[in-house]
Ligand binder design. Structure first.
Ligand SMILES: Cc1ncc(COP(=O)(O)O)c(C=O)c1O
Length: 447
């Protein structure tokens, strides 16, 4: 059985009660539909990456209210929309250039709308489906096609139907393809993606994309000779923990630009870290490093960045229920093939708390390994994940900081279906210096 708004799309003749048996419970904060217009008492017509859907997103005042209302087997993706708006505002205010959002990080329509409300007007789109989604949802926004390798059909639709003019290349054959499809390329803004070092990033992106110094120089000269403007871009790796990585990459780009005769735009990519543990460098330090590098190299051009993770990570939590405990192993109803892939690939650094809708004695914290719901051994998220020692079947775990690369990586593998999606209106406990506790919610922060 599939739950959530995509489930409703597929079974639109079923009664809402089947999908949301808790819909009329008195103790819930009543639904506040947030996007794409509403039809009939909170039912939403909305667009996703895979097409139009019909659904309803409920809103809850906090984790306890949410968990006491849950009556089914699906995990929950809980978006804190107000945080997304705030994060967008802060980022746009503090970056000395244009802020593009990397849509792949989380393409949920409510996420895109919240960021737009917070002032993000341009989007790093890396597929034609992402471009269609942004254009439909936010017609005033600008899309840039920042994937270095694109199909001819995708380039053509982006250029002719959606007015996209800013494209990325990292190889001469892609540049020739682009120019051939876009009437010679005279009105294009073409960015050359440079290969840079991913050292210091939790997730290195080295090896797949990026031109070498000599290749970049050749490409840049060719772009300068033909296109309306030329730019350079790079990605220092995701969850990059060192601002120095940006300094080094800017120095490389400036050196190539000087040899090529100049640059119109510099895109310093994404990679800025989210605050999973709390000691990650603040965005302001990256901005400072970028400004110092620009001053040092004398590079004069327009500036843009394209963060994903940093903009949206703290805008959502995932709620997963414990289905079985075996010693220090917890088998939960979400995992690597659902919303929790990053618990494996980024590692056990996400803040977690136990949400138990009953008053029970607490004990101390202990470290656990987590296992997802599929009948497959890759679906494991090794610890230490710190949770109350007395955690049992039926308890819910709220995994905080799950706005980035969560639902966007989800699959239907093994028939587990997708998560229910809701809004939470509370402040995020993982953003507070001292997480609050109350009678219902017991929480332990990762040490
Ligand atoms: C071209 C490009 N830009 C931006 C991003 C966003 O990166 P992050 O989420 O690390 O900020 C990605 C992620 O893979 C990317 O490929």
């Amino acid at each position: 059985m599939r739950y959530g708004i995509s489930g409703l799309r597929e079974e639109r003749n079923q009664s809402l009660d089947k999908w949301y048996p808790f819909l009329h419970k008195r103790d819930l904060v009543i639904s506040k539909p947030m996007h794409c217009g509403t039809r009939g008492g909170g039912i939403l017509i909305y667009l996703t990456l895979t097409g139009w859907g019909v659904g309803m997103i409920q809103s809850f005042g906090g984790a306890a209210a949410l968990v006491s209302a849950l009556q089914h087997d699906a995990p929950v993706l809980a978006l804190r929309r107000h945080i997304l708006v705030q994060r967008a505002r802060e980022t746009v205010r503090s970056f000395p250039g244009d802020v593009l959002y990397a849509v792949k990080c989380n393409a949920h329509p409510a996420v895109l709308q919240a960021l737009y409300e917070g002032g993000v007007r341009q989007f790093d789109t890396a597929s034609i489906a992402e471009i269609r989604l942004v254009r439909e949802l936010l017609p005033e926004a600008r899309c840039h096609f920042m994937h270095p390798v694109k199909s001819r059909a995708a380039i053509s639709e982006a250029y002719y139907e959606h007015g996209v003019r800013r494209f990325v290349v990292d190889h001469v054959s892609e540049l020739e393809k682009l120019f051939a499809i876009c009437e010679g390329g005279f009105d294009l803004e073409v960015f050359v993606r440079l290969a840079v070092c991913g050292e210091g990033a939790v997730l290195s992106l080295e090896g797949k994309f990026g031109a070498s110094r000599d290749e970049a120089l050749t490409l840049l000269r060719r772009v300068r000779a033909t296109a309306r403007s030329c730019g350079m871009t790079f990605h220092v790796g995701s969850q990059a923990l060192s601002p120095v990585a940006f300094v080094n990459a800017i120095r490389q780009a400036a050196d190539i630009a000087a040899r090529a005769g100049g640059l119109d735009h510099l895109d310093v990519g994404g990679g800025f870290p989210a605050r999973y543990v709390g000691d990650e460098p603040d965005f302001s330090l990256f901005v400072e490093a970028i400004e110092v590098a620009l001053a040092e190299t004398g590079l004069e051009c327009s500036l843009q960045c394209e963060p994903g993770r940093m903009l949206v990570a703290d805008g959502a939590s995932v709620f997963a229920r414990v289905e079985m405990r075996r010693g220090r192993s917890l088998f939960i109803n979400d995992g690597v093939y659902g919303n929790l892939a990053e618990l494996k690939w980024v590692g056990p650094q996400f803040p977690m708390r136990l949400v138990r809708p009953a008053h029970e004695p607490r004990r101390g914290a202990a470290s656990f390994d987590l296992f997802g719901p599929t009948c497959d051994s890759i679906d494991s998220m090794p610890g230490p994940h710190w949770l109350p020692e007395d955690i049992v079947e039926g308890d819910w775990i709220e995994v905080g900081m799950m706005g980035a690369y969560s639902n966007s990586l989800g699959t239907d593998f093994n028939g587990m279906g997708r998560a229910l999606q809701v809004f939470l209106e509370d402040e995020a406990w993982y953003n507070l210096p001292m997480p609050a506790t109350d009678d219902i919610v017991e929480q332990v922060r990762v040490a």
